[in-house]
Write a new protein. Structure first.
Length: 566
């Protein structure tokens, strides 16, 4: 067995070769156990307030009962569109406990992006922070959404503090554009706290949930540009929680029985935070320190000052920004046991700077929405930067495949492919797209090109797909190009990723003008109306023509190579 899986011989002592994905039938079983076992522990902290596991248990049960009282059938899709707030923590548990499917939505989406996701998922309800309700207002009548729960930033805070927070957010910072969600067609709009109150007097029925029931539709461009839902079953996410826990345990156990504090600065709508922050913390009785806006570095540092943090999952962009901030170095890092990097490649300079400032190495992992997400990780006892994405996690197999799907020998360069209980059931309602990425023997083809060394450690060497990775978020050139091509002054265009010091990569668009009067500023403004910020082109270059194949297909790779050679 070890010969076929060379990585097993190189696991940290105490990490098992396999986990039991059937330990829990569903995420609801896992949450129920944690709610009971850790009832008196704090589950979340936000703006100096805390909520125990027992409180989240009570609030999520009430919200679950409210949803059930609306007659939504088991398996209904419910969208959640919020930054990291305590309402999000409650809503994830509520939707799953009611027997429904969570559809996570980036709160910064434009109306076009939101409409596509709500329609594609067939979402019938949404929980949304009021700051973003104006986006929903524009598109809700063209969707199946009939129940809208509107949350406010201060909802769950103590009354006086919550009132002040809401006043500042609405009136002082003016972060809530005026909105009025249409109630045509019987659509119901209710405040978050009212839904909780109504739910307390409604009946909650614990549904029978099978391990093969859908838990999440996690939207991604996958290996092509059309945003589609990776269908994650309860079993997939349970498996990844247990795989991560097994990988973390040798280091985490050094803390004894003390409760851990996890920095939840990654957005919970991102699969990395969802599994590694939310669910693994629930499983281990840890507290999530919720950071609603990680870009506000002074606020992040001010929050971190008040806690002794033990786990810090993040992307390279955030690690780099903090490590280079003079006030960050003044914090107490004596409790920091694990810094886990994912979502994008961790840069060596960032890893070294972080280690110097905190004394805790960044352990790089790798995964995708389609794999719930973690598939590989470096050993947690590594003190130096490896530049690799590490070893396959327990119960995970990595194969390097050629274009014909043949397994390559150790040292062969090919497509990194993953098989394990954390691999999705497929793309939601897109059998054709699923067939493109799943092999007959169950491997998911990632689109990343890599190599495995004799110890089983994997390194990414290139990206097969044209995807651009901006601060850990996937940007698909097709989507950017479709938007740019909608501008009447554009004849044709091509989007590529270019190196960027802050975000790893940034979007650059090459444009052939139809209207010579078209300016860079006008095109950027147009893009900002249609695309969320990280997808917008940072650079625009106007050209007389673009490189093409003999059948007229634009050669993005040539533009990328040209940029590299410059």
């Amino acid at each position: 067995m070890t010969a076929a899986k060379p990585w097993l011989a190189h696991y940290e002592p105490g990490v098992p070769a396999e986990i039991n994905p059937n330990e829990y039938t569903s995420l609801v079983d896992l949450l129920d156990q944690s709610f009971k076992q850790f009832a008196n522990r704090d589950m979340a902290a936000f703006m100096d307030a805390r909520w125990t596991f027992a409180q989240v248990d009570d609030l999520s049960r009430a919200l679950a009962a409210w949803f059930q009282s609306k007659g939504l059938v088991k398996g209904a899709r419910i969208a959640l569109m919020m930054p990291n707030t305590p309402q999000y923590v409650v809503a994830i548990a509520a939707v799953l406990r009611a027997g429904y499917v969570v559809v996570n939505v980036n709160p910064l989406y434009t109306p076009r992006e939101l409409e596509h996701q709500l329609k594609d998922a067939g979402a019938e309800a949404i929980v949304i922070l009021e700051n973003f309700a104006v986006t929903l207002q524009e598109v809700v009548v063209r969707t199946n959404v009939k129940h809208v729960v509107v949350a406010s930033m201060g909802d769950m805070l103590p009354w006086l503090k919550g009132t002040i927070v809401n006043f500042v957010v609405r009136k002082v910072k003016k972060m809530v554009p005026a909105f009025k969600i249409p109630t045509s067609g019987g659509r119901q709009v209710v405040a978050f706290n009212d839904a909780i109150t109504q739910g307390r007097s409604a009946k909650y029925t614990r549904p029978k949930i099978a391990s093969t029931d859908v838990a999440f539709l996690q939207y991604t461009g996958g290996t092509t540009g059309v945003s589609k839902g990776a269908t994650l079953l309860h079993r997939n996410v349970v498996a990844n929680i247990l795989q991560n826990e097994a990988w973390f345990k040798p280091e985490i156990s050094k803390l004894g029985d003390a409760q851990m504090t996890v920095v939840c600065a990654l957005p919970l709508y991102h699969i990395f935070a969802l599994t590694v922050c939310y669910f693994m913390a629930a499983r281990m009785g840890s507290m999530n320190l919720l950071i609603p806006n990680p870009r506000d570095l002074p606020a992040v540092i001010e929050t971190l000052k008040k806690y002794k943090v033990n786990q810090f999952p993040a992307v390279n962009t955030l690690f780099n920004a903090l490590a280079n901030h003079p006030d960050f170095a003044k914090l107490d890092f004596s409790g920091l046991k694990v810094s886990m990097g994912g979502g994008m490649a961790v840069q060596q300079a960032t890893a070294e700077k972080w280690m110097k400032v905190t004394g805790c190495p960044i352990v790089e992992g790798y995964g995708l929405s389609e794999t719930s997400p973690v598939a590989t990780a470096n050993r947690l006892d590594n003190k130096t930067f490896t530049g690799s994405i590490g070893y396959p996690l327990p119960s995970t197999e990595i194969a390097i495949l050629d274009d014909d799907g043949n397994h390559l020998e150790i040292g062969g360069v090919g497509e990194i492919s993953i098989r394990g209980p954390q691999v999705m059931a497929g793309y939601w309602n897109r059998a054709d797209e699923t067939a493109k990425v799943m092999t007959a023997d169950g491997f998911f083809r990632t689109g990343d090109i890599g190599v495995m060394d004799p110890t089983g450690q994997v390194k990414i060497v290139d990206r097969k797909k044209d995807m651009i990775l901006v601060s850990g978020f996937n940007v698909y050139p097709n989507e950017v190009e479709q938007v740019v091509n909608m501008h009447p002054g554009v004849l044709e265009c091509a989007a590529v990723g270019v190196p960027d010091e802050k975000s790893g990569e940034a979007v650059k668009i090459y444009v052939v003008r139809k209207d010579e009067a078209l300016t860079e500023a006008a095109l950027k403004s147009f893009c900002h109306e249609q695309l969320t910020g990280y997808k917008c082109p940072k650079y625009i270059e106007f050209r007389a023509d673009l490189p093409k194949t003999n059948v007229g297909k634009i050669l993005r790779r040539e533009l990328r190579d040209e940029k590299k050679a410059a």
